[in-house]
Write a protein that binds this ligand. Sequence first.
Ligand SMILES: NC(=O)c1ccc[n+]([C@@H]2O[C@H](COP(=O)([O-])OP(=O)(O)OC[C@H]3O[C@@H](n4cnc5c(N)ncnc54)[C@H](OP(=O)(O)O)[C@@H]3O)[C@@H](O)[C@H]2O)c1
Length: 322
Amino acid sequence: MRIALIGYGNVGRALARLLERQRAAHPFQIVGIHTARHGTAYDPGSIAVQPRFGPPAASVDEFLDRAKSEIVVEITTLNPATGEPALSHIRAAFARGRHVVTANKGPIAHAYASLRDRAAEAHVHFRFESTVMDGVPIFNSVRNNLPGVKVLGFTGALNSTSKVVIGAMRDGQSMQDGVEAARRLGITEADSTYDIDGWDSAAKAAALANVLMDARVTPLDVDRRGIGRLTPERVLELTKSRKTVCLVSRARTTPSGIRLRVRAEVIDDTDVLASGEGTSNVLLLHTDLMGTIGIMGISSTVDQTAYGVFSDLVDIAGALNN
Ligand SMILES: NC(=O)c1ccc[n+]([C@@H]2O[C@H](COP(=O)([O-])OP(=O)(O)OC[C@H]3O[C@@H](n4cnc5c(N)ncnc54)[C@H](OP(=O)(O)O)[C@@H]3O)[C@@H](O)[C@H]2O)c1
């Protein structure tokens, strides 16, 4: 099955490496890669992990028309305020009858319902497992394993960069040291203030609410405050009383609608939201029939993000072969 990638940064390279390793069992071919500054690559056979980029396609439309793939993988930079340009990229793919997989939470956080409907009209598959908690199956688990269950709300420690930053502060380092450590892991957004100011957490909250609760919100509807004012002194003081800070995304159903909030909350060291070192994430889904369900990813890396994209590709290939 042929794939075209829009974006080839940390996630794109990790995905290419994974596809290379899995080729015997899952023969996907990358036939086109389009980037913002590095140019565009085409090969109807299969592009190597280290592509030779040529001049950039004049537009994503031109790229999609030339890279004749069945599936488009959208993995460009997050814009939490608008979801663009990823939203337009996905619509352009649907307009050409292409299936789409994305790890970019912007489109899901801004326009999930309309994209889902557009995909259905075009009779194509649309998957986005890696948009929240990398490859840990959240959306697929709810879709496949929880029939009849209604998600009433959720509580999540969903942003890995803030967790790494707070961990660095617990070790006496500065916020900037923590951001650099997260950047070396390839997990920060291109603009790391999106992680620190809670935009990434707000986009994930909006994406979860849109998909699991049919909320029809955007990140701008999330009552958001990040960890920007946190100091190492404050973190060390809390450590002495066995407490820590966690950037928490919450959703709850109220009589006046779904309320979403992102806050740097002070929690006990033993709180489930504080579990796991480094890049670990936790999501608690509050449901009607199943009470609260906990999902955890321990020490995820960009390889797990790539796995989430890969699992979506395999899922689509399986559906098409049936
Ligand atoms: N990294 C993670 O751990 C992780 C985890 C979950 C989800 N995600 C999401 O996955 C996506 C990709 O993350 P990443 O870490 O791979 O980002 P990245 O390293 O910053 O790479 C972004 C890629 O997108 C390309 N790009 C940006 N704007 C473009 C445009 N208008 N047209 C075509 N290409 C464009 C860039 O081109 P150039 O190479 O030319 O600059 C680059 O190749 C983001 O939406 C992020 O939120 C990432």
